[in-house]
Design a protein around this ligand. Structure first.
Ligand code: ADP
Ligand code: ZN
Ligand code: ZN
Length: 841
């Protein structure tokens, strides 16, 4: 007799499956959704494994299957397990990533009083018991959670237990209603197919009994109109459309049905998010030699016949080198061999141009997944994807979980982007790791693309785990091709021209200050902006700002105090007037003068986009300014509107934060100015150097995409920082060498692994106490188990020490395999565990 291992949708965060037996006659497959008994409840579950032997002697029967066909393929069932094990996340949360949107139903507890209000007075009750019964009295069934929030009663569970035990109330369990289902719309179907039959019916309606007099005719005419409409456009039309067109009413419709002329039926309709995307199909251009070389390798992996594991490619191509074109042709190959693809982008709302290019090349075969879709749209799309309607699904990180069948290719564009890491809630997965696992399970080819690969990815390519493909030069479509702003026109026969990357100038702000310039624009940047504006060109001013970290920097020598143990900058805490390390909590007093050059001009930095906008208004009167940051793009569609305005040259200067670094292709931009590279460099995080290099390189990639070329000016107090120097010379290899040796020395990834534990509590003292206790437990367990090479750092206050009223402390594990230690422990409420965090901020 077979048994099923089931992931159960309970409220407790289990990481294991539960074993169930199958009742006679029930047959289930891996990936199938089922109802299972769980304690006294009936809950949803998903079968992850069917086995011959139970793991436990005592098993209960599965109640029933929820759906006829499996919701998860066996590979995805395995993927869910892997995510749960690797990230120490509740198993069902991992399964749910791949289920149809809205599938999960909340387990509800319903309470019904068994005594009437009049009897309450005579009963011996505690005040709390009385409070609960009084609230229930006279009501039918009340949902427990609803009652709890009504009464603000913390220990209500215990009170309800007591009352149920005494037979004073009844408890029943149910699942909440499904949040979404297929949308059905009533349609009318014509039942008389032949035209002559319809003519007879029409004559009958107009001349037969009941048609006499003005009122009779007025009633019959819409009925005839319905028959005509169905005959001409039908045979099946939405009822709403017929109503609007003919004015048919309930009675008229009923009569048509009674006469056997039409039938009303529910038709499932798709809520299609791309319904109004207008694209014109396009032919692919001829690839350049470099593109062709990369494409050949991917194509031969797609066509491989030996059935061995598929390789993972790292496509390292400078900005504008034609990576997207390689993806497009790889997708074409994928479709040609009868398979499908998933294309991942960092943030879908920032990549409308990429989506458009895919839609143009594969009209009608592209599904776009993004959070702006309604639940109904997501639900419909999930089912259509599962049924194999699309050649490709494009979306941000969660699209990696799309139920795309026959997966042959996974593309992850801008693979270094941090948005690929899920932060909240659990599972805190990294899309790259998940994609790699999925590719391994399905045999799909994975292509990671970036101009500035993640250091870890590049390290793997060096070590031979990924196959490195390089596009070293920019391409420019032939000039005679008609090129709309920001768009692409292909199919021209002339060969591509190779363009140089933009020239980068680094301006030393210490010198500006020494020479008396206290403004935020250096003389060089000021001049360059004025020149570009005079020539009618466009400018981007970029501000590297993330979070509200405040660090201290000497304005004369650029020195920033940092922690000797963690190699991150110290953060200034105004309340204590101290500099604190956010990893290990070492701290020191704020120095009066610079420890390096004794200058008294050691101060706090921090400047916002509004400030830049204001100063630009003064410095460049007459220039039309446009600001793009989180504050102005909170509304829906704001990105697209701002981009469209800038593309249409309705503004001369675009001012923004890291968002503008992503994927924009604006040919009229000839100058990019980086107001200050320092904020990013001095975040107290071991990845701040990498992050800054990537941002500078990406933002430089926005300049000079048009025929007029372009230049980049980076302002900084630390012009000799390796990340700034490498970005200025577009030298990824130099950056890699420097950064890798730093990481190796300190045991940071990829030379060691990390885990970050954060505890939050409303009481400052409790937060600290709990964090200290946990750190002690971790150290002891590490030693007891004899796990070598694992540092337990902290606890230290988190960089943002208080979030939504909770004081936050963090512990960092660094070394071999932190999950080995953490997997064996359980964490009280209030802790979050992040395995392989992308940042320690
Ligand atoms: P990336 O993705 O590396 O930034 P893109 O694929 O967007 O680069 O290419 C940059 C520009 O060059 C785009 O406008 C694209 O249409 C064009 N392009 C790329 N490859 C070719 C080619 N082989 N022939 C003509 N134009 C090309
Ligand atoms: Zn100094
Ligand atoms: Zn430290």
């Amino acid at each position: 007799m077979p048994f099923a291992e089931v992931a159960v949708n309970s409220t407790a965060p289990h990481r294991q499956t539960f074993t169930y037996s199958l009742p006679n006659g029930l047959d289930v497959a891996v990936g199938q959704a089922v109802y299972v008994p769980f304690g006294s409840r009936t809950l949803q579950g998903v079968v992850l494994e069917v086995t011959a032997e139970p793991r436990f002697a005592e098993t209960r029967d599965i109640i029933a299957a929820i759906d006829g066909q499996p919701l998860l393929s066996p590979e995805r069932a395995a993927l869910a397990r892997w995510i749960s094990d690797h990230y120490l996340a509740p198993l069902f949360d991992c399964v749910a990533l791949m289920l149809p949107p809205g599938f999960r139903r909340k387990p509800l507890t319903l309470l019904r009083p068994l005594v009437s209000a009049d009897d309450l007075g005579a009963l011996a009750l505690t005040p709390r018991q009385r409070q609960v019964l009084e609230a229930l009295a006279g009501r039918g069934e009340v949902e427990a959670e609803e009652l709890r929030s009504e009464l603000r009663l913390r220990s209500m569970g215990a009170v309800v237990d007591q009352l149920a035990g005494r037979g004073l109330l009844q408890r029943t369990y149910e699942l909440g209603p499904p949040k979404v289902r297929a949308k059905v719309v009533p349609h009318v179907r014509l039942l008389v197919a032949r035209e002559s039959a319809r003519a007879d019916a029409t004559r009958d309606l107009l001349d037969g009994p009941g048609a006499d007099g003005r009122r009779g005719r007025a009633r019959r005419e819409p009925m005839v109109a319905v028959l005509n409409a169905l005959g001409e456009e039908g045979p099946l039309l939405p009822l709403a459309k017929l109503r609007a067109q003919t004015g048919i009413g309930q009675a008229g419709l009923r009569e048509l049905v009674e006469r056997g002329l039409v039938a009303v039926e529910d038709v499932e309709v798709e809520r299609d998010p791309l319904a109004d995307l207008q694209v014109s199909p396009r032919r692919p251009p001829e690839l350049t030699a470099a593109q062709e070389g990369a494409y050949r390798e991917i194509a031969s992996a797609l066509e491989r016949r030996n059935g061995g594991p598929a390789p993972v490619f790292l496509l390292h191509g400078v900005t504008g080198s034609g990576k997207t074109e390689v993806y497009l042709q790889a997708l074409e190959r994928t479709v040609a061999v009868g398979r499908r693809a998933i294309v991942l982008v960092p943030e879908i709302s920032l990549t409308p141009q990429t989506v458009r290019r895919f839609a143009e090349r594969f009209p009608g075969q592209v599904a776009v997944a993004h959070s702006g879709l309604s639940l109904g749209q997501q639900f419909d799309q999930w089912r259509r994807i599962r049924d194999g309607h699309y050649a490709v699904v494009i979306g941000a990180r969660s699209a990696v979980f799309a139920p795309q069948p026959d997966l042959g290719l996974i593309v992850m564009d801008e693979e270094h982007e941090w948005t690929y890491k899920q932060q909240e809630p659990a599972p805190r997965y990294h899309t790259r790791a998940v994609a790699e696992k999925l590719a391994e399970l399905t045999g799909a080819v994975l292509v990671l693309g970036s101009a500035t690969p993640d250091l870890e990815s590049y390290h793997r390519a060096r070590a031979g785990r990924y196959r490195l493909l390089t596009l070293a030069e920019r391409v420019q479509p032939p000039p005679e091709a008609d090129q709309p702003p920001g768009g692409v026109r292909e199919g021209a026969s002339a060969p591509c021209i190779v363009r140089p990357l933009p020239e980068v100038e680094v301006v030393d702000l210490r010198r500006e200050l020494r020479e008396g310039n206290r403004g935020i624009f250096s003389r060089s940047l000021g001049r360059a902006v004025a020149e570009a504006l005079a020539a009618g060109e466009q400018v981007i001013l970029f501000l590297n700002r993330r979070g509200s970290a405040s660090f201290v920097q000497c304005r004369d020598c650029g020195h920033v105090p940092s922690c000797s143990a963690c190699a991150v900058s110290l953060t200034y805490h105004a309340t204590e007037e101290r500099l604190i390390c956010h990893h290990c909590r070492r701290s020191r007093r704020l120095p009066e003068t610079c420890p390096q050059c004794q200058s008294p001009r050691i101060r706090f930095l921090g400047i916002g986009t509004e400030k830049v906008e204001e100063e630009a208004g003064w410095a460049f009167p007459g220039a039309r300014l446009l600001r793009w940051d989180r504050d102005v793009t909170r509304q829906r569609g704001a990105h697209e509107r701002i981009l469209a305005r800038f593309l249409a040259h309705e503004a001369d200067i675009l001012i923004g934060t890291q968002m503008i670094a992503k994927g924009l292709d604006i040919p009229a931009v000839t100058l990019v100015g980086v107001i200050s590279a320092d904020v990013g460099l001095n975040l107290p995080d071991f990845r701040s150097g990498e992050r800054t290099f990537q941002l500078l390189e990406q933002v430089a990639g926005r300049a000079g995409r048009g025929p007029r070329g372009g230049r980049v000016i980076i302002q900084t107090y630390t012009p000799n920082h390796y990340a700034v120097e490498a970005a200025a010379s577009h030298d990824y290899a130099a950056f890699y060498e420097h950064e890798a040796s730093l990481r190796q020395r300190l045991g940071y990834p990829p030379f060691g692994r990390l885990a970050r534990l954060v505890y939050g509590h409303t009481n400052a003292g409790n937060a600290q106490k709990q964090a200290l206790r946990m750190a002690a437990v971790l150290r002891r367990e590490r030693d007891v188990r004899g796990i070598p090479n694992l540092d337990v750092l902290g606890p230290a206050p988190a960089l943002v020490p208080r979030v939504r009223g909770r004081y936050r402390w963090q512990i960092t594990l660094r070394g071999g395999d932190p999950a080995e230690l953490l997997g064996a422990l359980s964490f009280p409420q209030g802790w979050t565990v992040d395995i392989d965090p992308v940042s320690l901020l």
